[in-house]
Write a protein that binds this ligand. Structure first.
Ligand code: GAL
Length: 697
């Protein structure tokens, strides 16, 4: 079957830029790709001028020639819409298409992603180029799918053009109806910000303190997400008129200020991720002292899996990075491209496309290396990719297998964005999200992220397909334990869903500051944790940021001591089903409850009064009996990741060794290791950067 992600195959590809090379080398490049096992190329995402070199003048020969050659060589093509880089003739003649700085000054042509999503003129040009490209190229037999634009919101996710202000007003009118309601929602009576007409409302502008009204900011980020989504949908709707049956529409990411879940369900067949595990690795020692390094990509892969259970990697790092001084990384060491490829596959990607075939000799990214260097000579990285392809051949049976996790972290976009704006929330959330990931990795707990939208329509979606509440409860019930670390914004919809999950037997853990704001980002006047009070049987009597002069704050849970970082809620248990499990041991609140458990229906809700450090998160995983869930079958040191995929009753264990040193693992009973085809049992050695895939029937 000529397609990707249909559950029948795991495929590799690469990103190719025919416009960067003399045509005379295309044929050789395509043949060499084929020999290496590369099956698909992604092209054209920055090539507007190759199709419309001047306004209204369309020419198709360049890509026709390439597509014909690709067909002849048996290489499939993912064609892109070129809207990430509007041409100079367009921005020069119609400068309103450009994005602007916060001061409203237009940014200039000369880099990429210089446009804004709301300019009517830009949307007209975009509709036309997409229509022209799709109507001409979609029918070509080499084309198997489409990428929309390239990396929405990469490099810049704030938009301040005049068109954005006009569209922001429309978005708010639709949402609030009247200026009076807007005033109420944004608390504009504070500092006399009250509006009397829509024309007084703008996207954020420079103010005296740069502390723009926080409720405006929250709506503004929702508005950016809405803008991206409608821009993507406009393109998807055009593409769908022309795509052949079985051809797909995707986009690649993932960047800020986009509700990717909603965008994917509205416009895409699946989402793809750009995975650069060594991104920014070496400059100022950025990652050198911390434990996760390239394992952080596993966290992004888990996020992508939440957006799109079936997903691919549109750009997988295959060389050194260099672009500007803040982003540099060395050439992948022998074995690392394999490790990173397997990391993507372990998390569920069935398509892996390397960025890029051959390193560009000019332009901003001339140090951003692909598989081949400038000369195109055969090299170690290409040889490694040929080997990867052979290994993947042995893994084909797990195409379409689902990632298997019994623990999930609940998230939602409103809190994600609120945490960007609210410094307390941000510090707390960053600490807990990082720590939970580290703890799950080191205790080998496969986990998923689950999106729990605050409201069906909050992000202003037209035609948004969010599964109904019943379906979400069903999805949650698959997990033994849920962490919802800090939903400061909490809505009735969310709490009702969570109550049903716990009542049916689930275990749910909240951290500090839960339930303290409503959907507008306004603090509630109910006793905290607000809407979560009943479910958690908890009363937050007082709270404080951890005072710097207190140093580390400790908590004791039945003789186990661990830390309670960043922020402390001082708790009391309320009602006959609630009990205090742990108390603070430090500061003036030593002896005060820090953790309450409430039995609710058949399950349990936990309220922990702080953020989670890695040691804290590990105690929770252990006490809730979800740490090392597979240790009877497969055990390994902290430096290895365990990922699990399942299909047709068969369990596949991926063991990924991120360290340069060898690792020792233990297996019981005997299982087949798929890459080597060998039977394995007992103690096994895995070389530095090595990967094993064991099959348990
Ligand atoms: C991605 C982008 C590519 C290229 C690559 C390396 O973010 O999609 O176009 O820029 O990074 O810089």
């Amino acid at each position: 079957m000529r397609t990707l992600l249909d559950g029948t195959n795991i495929t590799i590809g690469t990103c190719y830029y025919p416009e960067h090379w003399d045509k005379s080398i295309w044929e050789k490049d395509l043949s060499r790709m084929k020999q290496a096992g590369i099956q698909a190329v992604r092209i054209a995402e920055f090539a507007w001028s190759k199709i419309e070199p001047r306004e209204g003048e369309f020419t198709y020969e360049f890509f026709d020639e390439f597509l014909d050659l690709a067909l002849e060589k048996g290489i499939w093509v993912i064609f892109s819409t070129p809207t990430a880089t509007p041409p100079a003739w367009l921005t020069d003649e119609y400068p309103e298409v450009l994005n602007a700085t916060v001061d409203g000054e237009k940014i200039h042509h000369g880099s990429r992603r210089h446009y804004n999503y709301n300019s009517k003129i830009y949307r007209e040009f975009v509709s036309r180029i997409v229509e022209k490209s799709a109507s001409h190229y979609a029918g070509h037999p080499a084309v198997i799918g489409w990428q929309i634009d390239n990396e929405f919101n990469c490099e810049n996710s704030m938009f301040y053009s005049e068109s954005d202000t006009v569209a922001f007003r429309e978005f708010l009118k639709e949402k609030y109806g009247t200026v009076e309601k807007l005033n109420q929602a944004w608390g504009t009576v504070f500092w006399n910000q009250t509006y009397t007409a829509w024309r007084e409302v703008y996207v954020p502008r420079r103010t005296n303190t740069m502390a723009v009204n926080p409720h405006l900011m929250l709506d503004y980020i929702r508005f950016i997400s809405h803008s991206v989504r409608s821009f993507a949908k406009m393109q998807a709707d055009i593409l769908r008129k022309y795509t052949k049956p079985g051809d797909f529409i995707t986009t690649n990411g993932m960047f800020g200020h986009i509700d990717n879940h909603a965008m994917t369900s509205e416009s895409l067949d699946f989402y793809t991720y750009d995975s650069y595990p060594n991104f920014g690795y070496s400059v100022d020692g950025f990652w050198l002292d911390e434990p996760m390094k390239d394992r952080w990509s596993s966290r992004s892969l888990a996020e992508v899996r939440s957006i799109s259970p079936q997903f691919g990697i549109m750009e997988q790092q295959s060389g050194a990075n260099g672009w500007n001084v803040s982003m540099e990384a060395p050439t992948p060491r022998p074995g690392q491209i394999t490790l990173w490829t397997m990391q993507s596959i372990a998390h569920g990607a069935d398509y892996i496309s390397y960025f890029r075939w051959r390193t560009c000799t000019f332009g901003t990214e001339m140090y951003w290396h692909g598989i081949l260097d400038y000369s195109g000579r055969e090299n170690r990285r290409l040889r490694e990719i040929c080997e990867i392809q052979k290994k993947i051949e042995n893994l084909q049976e797990l195409a379409g297998a689902k990632y298997d996790a019994r623990v999930a972290i609940v998230r939602d976009y409103d809190n994600l964005w609120d945490a960007e704006l609210d410094h307390w929330h941000g510090r707390i959330d960053r600490k807990s999200q990082d720590s939970l990931f580290i703890a799950m990795q080191q205790l080998h707990v496969p986990f998923d992220y689950i999106n729990l939208p605050a409201k069906e329509s909050e992000s202003g979606a037209e035609g948004q397909k969010i599964s109904d509440d019943h379906e979400i409860v069903k999805k949650l019930s698959h997990y033994d334990v849920l962490f919802y670390p800090h939903p400061e914004i909490l809505t009735k919809r969310q709490i009702t869903i969570l109550e049903q999950y716990v009542a049916a037997g689930g275990k749910l853990v909240f951290g500090c500051r839960t339930g303290q704001k409503d959907i507008r980002g306004i603090c509630v006047t109910e006793y905290l944790p607000g809407l979560a009070a009943e479910l958690t049987g908890t009363d937050v009597c007082e709270y404080s940021l951890v005072a710097p002069d207190d140093g580390e704050i400790y908590v004791d849970w039945d003789g186990t001591t661990f830390t309670a970082p960043v922020f402390n809620d001082l708790l009391a248990a309320v009602g006959g089903n609630a009990e205090v499990l742990a108390t603070y041991k430090s500061s003036y609140y030593a002896g005060t409850p820090a953790l309450v458990r409430n039995r609710y229906g058949k399950g349990e809700a936990y309220y922990f009064g702080a953020a989670f450090a890695a040691d804290t998160a590990k105690v929770f995983l252990q006490k809730l009996s979800v740490a090392e869930p597979w240790q009877e079958v497969i055990s390994m040191p902290e430096g290895c990741e365990l990922a699990v995929r399942r299909k047709d009753g068969i369990t596949y264990f991926f063991v990924l060794n991120y360290l340069a040193d060898h690792a020792e693992i233990k297996i019981e009973p005997s299982m087949v290791e798929l890459i080597s085809g060998q039977q394995a049992q007992g103690t096994q050695q895995i070389e530095g950067y090595g990967v094993r895939v064991y099959k348990m029937s």
